[in-house]
Design a protein around this ligand. Sequence first.
Ligand code: HEC
Length: 119
Amino acid sequence: MTWKTAAIAAVLMGALAHDTAAAEAPAAFRQCAACHSPASGAPGIGPSLARVYGSKAGSRPGYNYSAKMVQSGLTWDDPTLARFLSDPKGTVPGSKMAFAGLKRPEDVLAIVAYLKTLR
Ligand code: HEC
């Protein structure tokens, strides 16, 4: 391999690695990070948000949810997450997520897009 092909290969591998890594957290996620880890593993005050997208509400392993969250019957798809993150208490009354909700629609969109990348 010449230095040129080696350099091209390195650039391509960098691009691929970048595509498969979780996206960088949007600024608004700082509000969530006080209680949630984006990595799988030990929960904080709230459950880990790894693989939460597409899952059934209250189903992350190793976390002690409120009965209200488990019984909500929700599945975390785009519209359901958008509704919940804008109005947690109104969407799941009795949930123990002590967060008033995101006010700005662009923050909701950015966070939902980010949650999809957490594997
Ligand atoms: C003050 C702590 C706190 C903050 C801030 C917070 N959460 Fe939560 N979150 C929780 C708790 C606690 C639960 C579990 C609720 C229950 O069991 O009723 C939860 C549950 C969730 C769930 C449902 C998880 C599941 O497995 O069903 C999602 C999704 C979620 N939070 C996303 C977010 C996002 C995104 C943000 C930021 C916009 C955020 N949370 C901010 C504490 C918090």
